[in-house]
Write a protein that binds this ligand. Structure first.
Ligand SMILES: Nc1nc2c(ncn2[C@@H]2O[C@H](COP(=O)(O)OP(=O)(O)OP(=O)(O)O)[C@@H](O)[C@H]2O)c(=O)[nH]1
Ligand SMILES: [Zn+2]
Length: 344
């Protein structure tokens, strides 16, 4: 096995030269635990417990590492990322949590059963555009008696240009269409709600090899072997998949800018609104409202745009508040330091 099989390319190897000159070596993070990581190094995979980067690396990150005189592996740097999937963190803090790095393609998996929800697809699309990866929408459970084709078209209208595939992980229908995305050195992440069928799809793609592919007996820094599970793993025919607890908790995360990418149609209409900062609620000369009146744009779609815009504004506000609190905290510390410094 070599680094290229895990996605090593000039995008990473060219900027890596500066680290190479310092005696560092490259590797890719294949799993993250609390305070330790699984690192693929080309020749082997090791468990690393020492990391000196300001932020911890994410699954999928390429890092620069070295060994100290005792043979302990130390992660020193995270290489610039091609893409970064983030989610809103649970709880009160609103900062983004990184769930995976250097993902090329995101499979947005949704069941055609009770799981089917076009609004959720819009949110996941926003998150994917925000990450820099390319979305592929996978509508699963086409074996069930549902209006599969109709629903596929509904979703296609939401995401012009994005592939929307009908599959059944149970009967394997359409699964071959997914295989075309398993390209040598390219990384796919699966996101979607619980029960959408992500595990079943992965099982289909890997067959009986899956357990063997994911399990790894990695040496820790003391040379002991422990069995763990990879979150990033390679398909025997090439192509890499990311699946793990972090990525399974993906929620809404995005910015106003990417909102317009999920709602390209509304964004285009908005270009003709009289006011540049039109909120499309009651303003005179609003081209978006005019389109709703004439039936060109559905009321539902405008409503979901407004809802997402509101959530994003709320999120941005909370982020600002968090930033302000942090600023205040810093100033308090500085003031205190002044107060306690000896008078000149
Ligand atoms: N009818 C039908 N059921 C399916 C299909 N794919 C998965 N299921 C069922 O849907 C349920 C959920 O599937 P999982 O693969 O565990 O879903 P998941 O997305 O991995 O869910 P989490 O592990 O909770 O994130 C299981 O009972 C599967 O058997 C399908 O193509 N057709
Ligand atoms: Zn308007």
């Amino acid at each position: 096995m070599c680094l290229e099989h895990y996605g090593w390319s000039p995008f990473f190897s060219v900027p890596f030269r500066q680290y190479q000159d310092k005696g560092l070596s490259p590797g890719r993070v294949t799993a993250g635990f609390r305070g330790s990581w699984l690192l693929y190094r080309g020749a082997d995979e090791v468990r690393v417990q020492v990391c000196r980067t300001p932020e911890p690396p994410a699954v999928g990150d390429w890092v620069a590492w070295r060994s100290d005189q005792f043979g302990t592996v130390i992660i020193e740097e995270i290489l610039a990322r091609k893409s970064l999937l983030r989610r809103k963190s649970a709880g009160l803090r609103t900062e983004a949590q990184v769930v995976a790095a250097n993902v090329d393609t995101v499979f947005l998996v949704m069941g055609l059963d009770g799981d089917f929800n076009p609004r959720r697809i819009e949110r996941l699309l926003t998150m994917t555009y925000d990450s820099g990866a390319v979305p592929v929408i996978v509508l699963n459970k086409v074996d069930l008696p549902t209006e599969g084709e109709e629903r596929r078209q509904t979703i296609e209208h939401l995401a012009p240009g994005t592939p929307v595939l009908l599959v059944s992980a149970h009967t394997a229908a359409g699964i071959d269409d997914l295989r075309q995305f398993l390209r040598q050195g390219e990384t796919i992440a699966l996101v979607g709600s619980s029960g959408a069928g992500k595990s079943t799809i992965i099982n289909r793609l890997f067959g009986e090899e899956l357990m063997r592919t994911r399990e790894v007996r990695a040496k820790d820094s003391r040379g002991r072997h422990t069995t763990t599970h990879r979150e990033l793993f390679r398909h025997p025919e090439g192509g890499l998949l990311i699946d793990g607890p972090g990525i399974r908790e993906v929620q809404l995360w995005g910015s106003e800018e990417t909102l317009t990418q999920s709602f390209e149609d509304i964004d285009q209409l908005a270009g003709s609104c009289r006011f540049r900062d039109c909120s499309h609620q009651a303003e005179p000369g609003c081209a978006v409202l005019a389109a709703v009146r004439s039936g060109l744009l559905s009321e539902d779609r405008l409503a979901s745009f407004q809802k997402l815009a509101k959530e994003l504004r709320f999120l941005a506000l909370k982020q600002d508040e968090a930033a302000q609190r942090e600023q205040k905290r810093k100033w308090r510390i500085i003031h205190k330091a002044y107060r306690h410094s000896p008078k000149l």
